[in-house]
Design a protein around this ligand. Structure first.
Ligand code: PMP
Length: 364
């Protein structure tokens, strides 16, 4: 018997980088630093409390968590947001699925600028939203005029703009984000612009967050995550800030009780330790900048990075380089334009192991 799988899904493999048990894992842009014993103890206490009430469904609107996230953003980016302007879900992946469920759909389209995060076309496919891409320039920035023309051409209902971008690390200046927002405002029927700031906390000094633009643009949504700078990838907590009517539209499409009581407890407890959890961010930034310099010093091309990873190349046979590194216990990611590879920034020891392996494999 054949299963009636949707034709566009037939024969597809699930998305995901290999999860291999190797000594140095630099392939999915995680934070290499595990939470301290103090943070773990607090999380365990919060989960114990939540566990005592697990016979009940969780708080559907997770008001305390939304207030906690607003307070965090006020400290991190100096923007003042009401808790009702925050939304959260199981990773920013789910936040973005909510966005496409609410604002995409059959007969509509989403625009992004390639190369970019490889999950974006999957959100589009899964919500039956048409997928169109404009181009990034050779340095992986987005040309504002090209962006405006692409938006005018496709008249999408959603634009996905990663900044800093994955897999390139490129952060966009406010001028580009404003040009995209202004072009989106001209789309008949409306267009939501999502600035995906999963890596925002790693941005270099002077690079602004799109959060500062929220007061001016009711069709802007800025998504963030606790998976990267916070070092909480295992907790699955992504979130978004936007004007209240936009957030209220997401509440319509979420599944009832999508955010478990355990997830809410873990995220709130972690937010209480934001400063300690993020203490390593400065060090990771320095480690990143040093790695970029080292790679360039060895004659490689490296994209400017505002994230916790670097995209470098260009190799005639990137798979051979990737495999050679893996054979030496270092797992990175074979992604991005042909010939390029991406490595996350690890601890100084992990980065040293990566450099040593690359010297051997690439003959630097
Ligand atoms: N956006 C970008 C640009 C990412 O790179 C990632 C994770 N790799 C995500 C969103 C999703 O992260 P999470 O679901 O863990 O919040």
């Amino acid at each position: 018997m054949t299963l009636p799988i949707r034709p566009e899904l037939a024969g597809l493999e699930p998305y995901g980088a290999p999860q291999l048990d190797v000594p140095v894992r630099l392939n999915v842009n995680e934070n290499p630093y595990a939470p301290s014993a103090r943070v773990v103890a607090d999380i365990v206490g919060a989960v114990a409390e939540a566990a005592a009430g697990l016979n009940r469904y969780p708080d559907r609107d997770f008001a305390p968590l939304r207030a906690g996230l607003a307070a965090y953003l006020a400290r991190e980016s100096h923007v003042s947001l009401a808790p009702e302007q925050l939304w959260a879900a199981n990773g920013s992946n789910e936040v973005m699925l909510h966005l496409l469920q609410a604002f995409g759909g059959p007969g509509r389209s989403v625009v992004s600028f390639a190369p970019t995060y490889s999950m974006y076309p999957e959100y589009a496919r899964d919500t039956s939203t048409a997928w169109h891409v404009g181009r990034r320039q050779d340095d992986f920035t987005v040309d504002p005029e090209h962006a405006a023309a692409t938006i005018a051409r496709y008249a999408p209902s959603v634009v996905l703009l990663a900044s800093p971008n994955n897999p390139t690390g490129t952060a966009l200046p406010s001028g580009t984000v404003r040009a995209v927002l202004d072009a989106a405002a001209q789309v008949p029927g409306g267009c939501v612009v999502v600035v995906d700031e999963a890596y925002a906390e790693f941005r270099r000094a002077g690079t602004p967050s799109a959060l500062a633009l929220l007061g001016e643009y009711p069709h802007l949504a800025v998504s963030r995550t606790m998976s990267k700078a916070f070092g909480m990838a295992g907790a699955r907590l992504g979130y978004l800030a936007a004007a209240r009517p936009l957030v209220d539209a997401l509440r319509v499409v979420r599944l009832p009780y999508h955010l478990s009581a355990v997830t809410q407890a873990v995220a709130l407890a972690a937010l209480g330790h934001a400063e300690e959890l993020m203490a390593q961010v400065d060090g990771l930034r320095r480690e990143r900048d040093a790695l970029v310099e080292w790679l360039r010093g060895n004659g490689l091309r490296v994209a400017d990075s505002d994230a916790n990873f670097v995209l470098f190349g260009v190799f005639d046979d990137r798979h051979a380089i990737w495999q050679g590194l893996l054979d030496r216990g270092v797992l990175i990611r074979e992604t991005g334009p042909e010939g390029w590879l991406r490595a996350s920034v690890g601890t100084p020891e992990e980065t040293a192991a990566f450099r040593a392996a690359l010297v051997e494999v690439a003959g630097l």
